[in-house]
Design a protein around this ligand. Structure first.
Ligand SMILES: [Zn+2]
Length: 473
């Protein structure tokens, strides 16, 4: 790496000399409350996300980069060093300027970007407006010091990462796919593997009994990627049956039965958790199903279905569905029964699987098919995000981790995760930073924060990484 020694020094010196500019530009971006809002003209994700895009791209243009707006969905700032062909391959730095809502409990107001003891406090400080600016200033440093390059470099900014990737979908429908790149939206040293994420929606018609207890409805969970923390069932039947059912449920904790006239409303509580770590939660639908099974008087069809819901809902390994498995890269498959509805005789279940990186969607489909057939469930729909797995000896990973290690001296092993980043939107990309080991940035929580030191160090790491990738490394 000796050929980069001199340029590395220049990049670091430029960033050190521009610390105040970097900090103040980042804080100005953080003061725009770019939470997703109502669509408006030229602002499909709300006017504030558009303002954030305009601000960041406008700044990049004022510093000599070429920018392009994509109707408020996304945009990019391109650096093309002298002599680089107009159609040279692109290195992509993919970041987002939208943020999740602030929520409560802030000591530092979420959109003032206050500085306290060298730390910037704001929604988006670490996820992902701060890191987006670290990436942009990395490119600006390369541009300013006249770094040599053979590739174009684009900082691609999206306005809808937090709720569905609508931004990058639109972007890549209209713009060229980078040959390689990274997203500064996870953690250092690097995330080289992200599990596949697949939602499976399955359903089954249940026969309605002519007498006895009748399950009118059953519901739990709002999003496939969360463990349901509440669930509810409505049961009808004779007054005697309902009273018996209520007294059967009485001793159960986490379950509450409310006898209202001709119906019994049964509610259960669980513990929510993210869909990538369902074992940390407790599925309220499974709690409810287990409670329902203590009641006598169901017809066979309903009892069997409730047993199935209990079995599949309580299991976070996928073993009861036949999809359990693991590889030694990113760990085992996880299963989350995230949404359940039973209405008008149709029971619908939505599973969120995080599957091993060496599998593909067909592996999951093949494994689950016998269980579904046996239990009489039809597979209605699948939504799939393929896994990412770039081996640690791949040049992209080796280059990025090499830069990180040289800059920090930190030899922590590369990471894998069950969550999904923007890296999936690229043909070949990984998540690279910006969280440093051992520091909690509080993303998606109150008092989200990022130390200026981390902002500046990230900018240096990104600048050096970008120059190497821009030279085909
Ligand atoms: Zn993010």
């Amino acid at each position: 790496m000796t050929q980069y020694e001199k340029i590395d020094e220049q990049l670091s010196a430029w960033i050190d000399a521009h610390t105040e500019e970097i900090v103040e530009t980042t804080r100005a971006l953080l003061r725009i409350p770019s939470v997703k809002g109502e669509p408006a003209e030229g602002a499909p994700f709300g006017v504030e996300t558009r303002k954030a895009l305009d601000f960041a791209l406008g700044y990049a243009e004022s510093q000599g980069l070429t920018i392009k707006h994509l109707e408020g969905y996304a945009g990019h700032a391109e650096w093309r060093a002298p002599g680089v062909a107009e159609d040279a391959p692109i290195v992509g730095v993919l970041a987002h300027v939208d943020v999740v809502p602030a929520g409560d409990g802030w000591r530092h107001p979420p959109f003032l970007a206050e500085m306290d003891n060298g730390v910037i406090y704001a929604r988006g400080a670490a996820d992902d407006k701060g890191p987006a600016m670290a990436g942009l200033f990395g490119v600006l440093a390369a541009h300013a010091v006249g770094a040599p390059a053979t590739h174009r470099v684009r900082v691609i900014l999206g306005a809808d990462e937090e709720s569905g990737f609508g931004c990058v979908k639109y972007y890549f429908e209209h713009e060229e796919m980078p040959a390689t790149g990274f997203t500064p939206d996870a953690a250092f040293p690097i995330v080289y593997a992200e599990k596949g994420i697949a939602n499976f929606i399955v359903s089954k018609e249940l026969s309605r009994p002519s007498s006895g207890l009748i399950l009118e409805s059953l519901s739990g969970g709002m999003r496939s990627n969360m463990v349901p923390d509440s669930a509810e069932a409505v049961v009808t039947g004779s007054q005697t049956d309902l009273a018996n059912a209520a007294s059967t449920l009485l001793p159960l904790s986490d379950v509450n039965a409310d006898h209202q006239g001709d119906r019994l409303i049964i509610k259960a509580v669980g513990i929510s958790a993210h869909g990538s770590t369902p074992e940390e939660g407790r599925n309220a639908v499974a709690v409810l199903a287990k409670a329902l099974l203590t009641i006598d008087g169901w017809n066979a069809s309903v009892r069997e279905a409730v047993e199935t819901v209990e079995r599949w809902g309580a299991d976070t390994t996928g073993g009861t569905l036949g999809v359990a498995g693991a590889d030694d890269v990113a760990g085992p498959l996880t299963s989350n029964l995230g949404v359940v509805t039973f209405q008008d005789g149709k029971l619908t279940l939505t599973f969120n699987f995080r599957y091993p990186v060496t599998w593909d969607l067909d592996t999951v489909k093949t494994k689950i098919a016998p269980t579904l057939a046996e239990s009489g469930f039809a597979l209605d729909e699948i939504h799939n995000q393929a896994p990412i797995y770039i081996p640690t000896d791949d040049p992209l990973v080796a280059t990025l981790i090499g830069v990180y290690q040289a800059e920090t001296g930190d030899m922590s092993p590369p990471l894998t995760m069950g969550g999904g980043t923007y890296a999936r939107a690229m043909k070949k990309g990984v998540a690279f930073g910006p969280g440093f080991p051992g520091y909690a940035t509080g993303i998606h929580q109150s008092d989200e924060r990022w130390p200026v030191e981390h902002l500046i160090n990230s900018a240096k790491i990104y600048a050096k990484a970008i120059v190497r990738l821009a030279n085909g490394q």
